[in-house]
Design a protein around this ligand. Structure first.
Ligand code: NCD
Length: 310
């Protein structure tokens, strides 16, 4: 049987994205605790996180609990059988007989796809190395839709475009919305050529900039990212580039008055704290939108196998 896996944004259609975002909007009152809903009563979600996480893990957990479902968590790698040498394939085989869906985060690109070959329940990719992070993209698009405009937007993707899976996922999805994409990164961390080529093939206008200042001038959204220290083969390379790009009050003087600054979080030092108080700052709201969007993702993931839950 074909399962509702969510592995990458490459094969999302605009229709699929729009229907998830519309459902997410319906769940906002539940996420805000203004309404109650328990359509996932009786369902169990399993969390397999082989890499650190705060927001992704806790927002999936919150979304599941607020919809009346339950969560089982493998916990840290140190306390699981992974420490005894168990393979990801075996872990997934077993856990898919315990839970109705699996949220997986793993340091290896392609891990979610591999897991989907062994799972009997939907796999939701919560980040596979420098690969994809599709539910982050959905919450990013939802944020843009609610706080700015999605169709025809100009967006600057900045920071670590080489290793950042959130930007890799986001740019494919933006290709459905006639976006213009500006890129700003240290020269060592440019967006991989194969992705730029894919975007061009999808008819997207991609422009590279040397400085953040020049990139943001005409942008509706600045999507800032953390330099992915954990993916650098050489720590000295990280130290060289870690402080190169920063969102400051001064930078914001020259952007559109209604430009939104987004960031998947966690931030380290790439947005100065003073920016938080400006109307541009959108990253905490963005983190909140993770709840209604993941509610929609969970309902859709579990729907096919268990009949209509709505
Ligand atoms: C991102 C990730 O894990 O890719 N975090 C998140 O899920 N919100 C971004 C990051 O870690 O820099």
């Amino acid at each position: 049987m074909k399962l509702n896996h969510m592995l990458s944004t490459k094969d999302f259609s605009r229709k699929q994205i729009d229907s998830i975002l519309s459902l997410a909007e319906k769940f906002e009152p539940v996420a805000l605790r203004e309404k109650r809903c328990n359509i996932l009563d009786g369902k169990i979600l399993s969390l397999l996180f082989f890499e650190p996480s705060t927001r992704t893990k806790m927002s999936f957990e919150t979304a599941m609990l607020r919809l009346g479902g339950k969560v089982i968590d493998m916990g840290s790698i140190e306390t699981s059988s992974v420490m005894k040498g168990e393979s990801l394939a075996d872990t997934v085989r077993v856990v898919s007989s315990y839970a109705d869906s699996i949220v997986l985060r793993h340091p290896k690109e392609g891990a979610a796809f591999m897991a989907s070959e062994f799972s009997t329940v939907p796999i939701i990719n919560a980040g596979d190395g420098a690969g994809h992070h599709p539910t982050q993209t959905l919450l990013d698009l939802h944020t843009i839709r609610r706080e700015s405009k999605l169709d025809g937007l100009t967006i600057t993707l900045a920071g670590d475009l080489k290793y950042g899976r959130t930007v890799h996922s986001l740019c494919y999805a933006l290709s459905h919305y006639n976006a213009r994409i500006n890129l700003a990164s240290p020269p060592e961390l440019v967006l991989p050529d194969r992705i730029i080529q894919d975007l061009k093939n999808r008819g997207i206008k991609v422009t590279k900039f040397d400085t953040l200042e020049n990139a943001v001038k005409d942008s509706d959204v600045l999507y800032m990212t953390r330099i992915q220290r954990e993916r650098f083969p050489d720590p000295a390379e990280y130290n060289k580039v870690s402080k190169e790009m920063r969102v400051t009050l001064k930078l914001l003087e020259n952007c559109k008055p209604d430009m939104k600054v987004m960031h998947p979080l966690p931030r380290v030092d790439e947005i100065e704290p003073e920016v938080d108080k400006t109307p541009h700052a959108c990253y905490f709201k963005q983190a909140f939108y993770g709840i209604p969007v993941r509610m929609a993702v969970l309902v859709m993931a579990m729907e096919e196998k268990y009949g209509k839950v709505l």
